[in-house]
Design a protein around this ligand. Structure first.
Ligand SMILES: *Cc1c(COP(=O)(O)O)cnc(C)c1O
Length: 344
């Protein structure tokens, strides 16, 4: 097995790189069992498992950052635990208590500490919690057994050639989630629904699809795997919709925007408002913020230029830098967002 020490931190992408261990736990007879530590990155499950047939699957994504001071910080893991519980309620899986989620996190970090990239690399350790329905059944009903698993993989700095705006597309022939469907839950099924349009958009040179609300196609929902926000004057404007996934990055940016004296508006955002934004971005754990250059509404033959000079705007840049600084320990954690590890 390759040790973390030998990795070329500077040239890591956002790919899967095996690490030493992962941790697992099974839910059987109505309760979660003990942790199992595994050095295998394979799982063996019944072929009649509900996760394989009926999409009983949820996941999370968060990161650990090594600071200049050598300490390791994980950004708001309690929020991921809570969101995973929300997803469990949504697709009838058992909830993993927050204490158990944090136990898994502490364990998986200690077991793989050599894979937490050094501060200077701009890389981080991506943490992927996952829950799947097992059971042996073919009838459509929730499983009686589940597996929770947490693995980690080191990932490179998201912006290799700098923090730059990219073009995004509206593709009216595709929806990610139904108005009262599973859009607010972090389940694989939403991703299956968005793969086709996502690949089409990439082939046309766009970094992401901006989905509109599926019912009226009037309001902005979100940007593929990230939430949307726009900046107009001194306002941070982000969509409120029952079919978007509540991003922890967005929630944090709303707080930071307020800290910086901006007004936060969380409300339906009409697609034509795109013409009025001084700046806009997609936000999520992977990139923190991906500034938007331009939005092309492909079926309407309409284009909204967001960045006039091709550069990220001052507010996007300030928000991005502030959040990154908190994650790496370069700015005080005034909101108590960071889980700090002194022994990794
Ligand atoms: C995970 C996810 C996000 C981003 O959430 P963060 O908590 O900020 O990483 C946004 N949209 C979708 C659809 C997601 O699955």
């Amino acid at each position: 097995m390759e040790s973390g020490q030998q990795l070329d931190w500077k040239n890591l992408g956002f790919g899967y790189h095996p690490t030493d261990y992962n941790v697992r736990c099974y839910y059987r007879n109505g309760q979660w069992g003990e942790w199992e530590v595994s050095s295998s990155d394979m799982i063996t499950i019944p072929m009649a498992s509900t996760c394989l047939h009926y999409g009983q699957e949820s996941f999370e994504g968060l990161k650990a950052f090594r600071g200049k001071d050598g300490k390791v910080r994980v950004f708001r893991p309690e929020e991921n635990a809570a969101r995973m519980q929300h997803t469990s309620r949504g697709i009838l899986m058992p909830e993993l208590p927050t204490e158990r989620f944090l136990e898994a996190l502490d364990m998986v970090l200690h077991l793989n500490k050599d894979f937490i990239p050094p501060y200077e690399s701009g890389a981080s350790l991506y943490i992927r919690p996952l829950m799947i329905g097992l059971g042996k059944q073919v009838g459509v009903s929730p499983a009686s057994e589940y597996m929770f698993l947490m693995f980690v993989t080191p990932v490179g700095a998201y912006f290799k050639s700098g923090f730059r705006p990219s073009p995004m597309a509206i593709m009216r022939g595709y929806d990610r989630a139904a108005p009262l469907g599973t859009g607010q839950y972090k389940v694989g099924g939403n991703y299956a629904a968005s793969l086709r349009s996502g690949v089409l958009a990439h082939d046309k040179g766009y970094s992401a699809v901006i989905y509109l609300d599926a019912k009226e196609k009037l309001y902005i929902d979100e940007c593929g795997p990230a939430n949307f926000f726009g900046i107009r004057g001194k306002s941070y404007i982000t969509p409120k919709s029952p079919s978007i996934l509540p991003s922890i990055t967005n929630k944090s940016l709303m707080q930071l925007a307020e800290d910086m004296g901006l007004t936060v508006e969380c409300r339906p955002v009409h697609v034509e408002e795109l013409a009025t934004f001084d700046e806009a971005g997609a936000c999520g754990t992977a990139a923190v913020i991906s500034p938007i250059l331009r939005v092309d509404d492909l079926d309407e033959d309409k284009s909204y230029v967001i960045s006039k000079d091709g550069n990220p705007g001052p507010i996007c840049t300030a928000l991005y830098e502030r959040l990154r600084a908190i994650q790496y320990g370069d700015y005080p954690d005034n909101h108590g967002w960071v889980r700090l590890y002194e022994d990794l």
